[in-house]
Design a protein around this ligand. Structure first.
Ligand code: NAD
Length: 593
């Protein structure tokens, strides 16, 4: 439990209860450490920060306060005292009282963040507020401008996005009604009901939801925030820029706010960073460790005190963010073919890349080209068939770059010819690279994603061979069918952690793979001439790896389970499922290309 030490700050006659994390909570003496000010939203109080504050207190002096109308602070009568300009005054009053000599770093959630936006867009705010971490609380002026912009260009996409946000905000209309919401929260506003609600809506562990005795009163008096501000702001937005560095923590599964509303923040924020994860609205309760570490690293970056600042470089926003902007993506087999094109496609999305290949020089080439998209890319020499090496690789990535958001287990090799003709060494190598490599990568990076607790995505590159039996490709098919079924099962296993798993099943794609594929049971000369013929066939087919990469990006964005790529893969997938006898008949045919 946090040892909160209470004091009172007055602003224009309104007394605000201020709580500082005491040294009994394990925090070192305040000294000259930067001060972090935590601001809660509706219907919370300083208790919202129960799990976040102690982590931040390891590095900073941490102070929270109950906003007017909540917790142990005054509750002035009427709606007018809850106007955003007055709430912003409260922030400056508290900041001045707790840290008269140094600006504070603000971390704010929900309505706390809405108020903080009002404060940071005030002229000269940067002299009192050194940085701002905004969690699930938009700038209402930006929101109004975004809504007007969407409706003034009524493309299906814009209208759809606006309609989706209106649906998510429908509750705010109810909150502004005169009597009903008071009666509703009077009847239901108990801690037990609130815990159950958060658990049902976003899986918040019930024990994480720490609330004060005033919860029911806070729910009711906090309704004045909605009445005093929403209509006024939407009718008369006055968009102003901020010079304060802002980190926008975007929760992609927020029940109240659609991620698209944050797309234009960069227009009014000179220094903006963004962290987007498949998390819900009440991050301080649901994923407090992630939020605390993210805020700590950002603030440390702003104060120039941490190496981890570099982990924020990829999160810097310069234009309208793309769906995967700022994510950390790891790709194996990135030196050639599908892996290389996937790296370029993810670079175009604005991902930071970690590229692994057994051929380091090839991975370096891909990294050089990826950087032309303005992203960071680093390389590792890894043989994915070596489980210990993959585990060490995953640990090195976490230590140097943070936990990966996207992992593409792509490295693979071919083996053709009869199953009885291959040598034991060829079989071992094939399974070690194609199947064991995918399993090791999924396990090592998957564990990190689960521990971090805010989701992620694993892409495993299988093949149409996984569902297209062929007499001369049985061993390769076995390795890829293993990848497919492993991925489908892993998807089920990791769903509760919001980690998506996609199996990509390309058909015939023109890459270097055929040129490196041994054909078992043939003398060297025949093998070389057959390989040449196969290569020419793949080239004539002309399906390029960038098209597979496009499907990989789409699979991540849309969380697809199985993606057959190329027409023959799509047809083969259906034949295998619906007319397996046809698939068996085709498998027996001798193919001469
Ligand atoms: P490619 O040969 O062009 O690229 C494969 C890359 O993986 C190379 O850079 C190679 O150095 C690397 N690699 C090989 N073994 C490795 C190991 N042990 N550790 C780390 N890196 C290693 O081949 P590609 O066609 O781009 O293949 C990519 C994936 O797509 C493979 O899993 C392959 O089985 C699969 N696939 C390819 C096709 C196709 O027609 N090209 C079809 C279906 C599936």
């Amino acid at each position: 439990m946090v040892d909160w030490q209470k004091s009172v700050v007055s602003n224009g006659g309104v007394r605000l209860a201020v709580f500082e994390v005491g040294t009994d909570s394990g925090a070192p003496e305040a000294g000259s450490r930067p001060t972090v000010l935590l601001i809660h939203g509706w219907p919370d109080s300083h208790h919202l920060w129960t799990h976040v504050a102690p982590v931040l207190a390891e590095d900073f002096r941490v102070v929270a306060y109950d906003c007017r109308g909540f917790g142990e602070s005054d509750r002035p009568d009427g709606d007018d005292p809850y106007r955003l300009d007055l709430l912003a005054d409260d922030i400056f009053a508290v900041a001045e009282a707790i840290s008269p000599d140094q600006p504070v770093h603000v971390v704010a959630h929900d309505w706390g963040s809405v108020q903080a936006w009002e404060a940071v867009t005030r002229r000269g705010a940067e002299t009192r507020i050194a940085s701002f971490v905004s969690v699930s609380g938009p700038n209402l002026d930006h929101l109004a401008e975004w809504a007007r912009g969407s409706l003034s260009r009524p493309t299906p996409r814009n209208v759809g996005r606006a309609a989706s946000q209106v649906a998510s905000s429908a509750y705010t209309v109810f909150f502004q009604l005169p009597v009903l919401p008071r009666l509703f929260f009077g009847a239901t506003g108990s801690p037990a009901v609130w815990r159950e609600f958060l658990y049902r809506v976003e899986g918040t562990p019930r024990e994480n939801v720490v609330v004060g005795d005033t919860l029911r009163d806070d729910m009711i008096s906090g309704l004045r925030l909605y009445r005093a501000n929403i209509r006024a702001k939407l009718r008369r937005p006055s968009t102003r820029d901020t010079h304060v560095p802002v980190l926008e923590v975007v929760n992609e599964r927020d029940i109240a706010l659609r991620p698209a509303i944050f797309d234009d923040t960069h227009r009014h924020t000179q220094r903006l960073w963004r962290r987007s994860t498949p998390t819900g609205h009440w991050l301080p309760y649901t994923n407090p460790g992630y939020l605390a570490r993210t805020a700590r690293d950002f603030i440390a970056g702003q104060t120039g005190t941490a190496d981890s600042a570099s982990q924020f470089d990829r999160a810097r926003v310069f234009g309208t963010p793309k769906p995967l902007s700022g994510k950390l993506a790891v790709i194996t087999g990135a030196g050639s073919g599908i892996g290389r094109e996937t790296a370029l496609a993810l670079a175009e999305q604005g991902c930071e890349l970690v590229l692994a290949d057994i051929d380091l020089a090839a991975a370096d080439d891909t990294a050089r080209e990826s950087k032309t998209f303005g992203v960071q890319a680093s390389t590792f020499a890894v043989d994915v068939s070596d489980t210990a090496a993959v585990t060490a690789f995953a640990e090195a990535v976490r230590d140097r770059h943070g936990v990966a958001d996207i992992v593409v287990n792509n490295a693979g090799i071919g083996l053709a010819g009869g199953a009885l003709d291959a040598t034991d060494e060829q079989v071992d190598r094939l399974l070690d690279v194609n199947l064991r490599g995918v399993i090791s990568g999924s396990r090592a990076f998957g564990r990190q994603m689960v521990d971090r607790g805010v989701g992620g995505h694993i892409v495993n590159v299988a093949s149409a061979a996984a569902f297209t039996p062929q007499r001369s490709l049985g061993l390769y098919s076995a390795s890829k069918a293993g990848v497919l079924l492993f991925s489908e099962s892993l998807r089920a296993e990791l769903a509760e952690h919001r980690i998506g798993v996609s199996a990509i099943c390309p058909g015939i794609v023109d890459t270097n793979i055929v040129g490196n594929t041994p054909i078992a049971g043939l003398d060297t000369e025949t093998e070389a001439s057959q390989r040449d013929r196969m290569n020419r066939f793949y080239q004539r087919r002309g399906f390029t790896p960038d098209r597979v990469a496009r499907d990989i990006v789409r699979a991540v964005i849309r969380n697809k389970a199985v993606v057959p790529v190329t027409p023959e893969a799509k047809v083969g997938y259906r034949i295998y499922r619906f007319t397996p006898w046809l698939s068996r008949f085709a498998a027996r045919q001798k193919v001469t290309r």
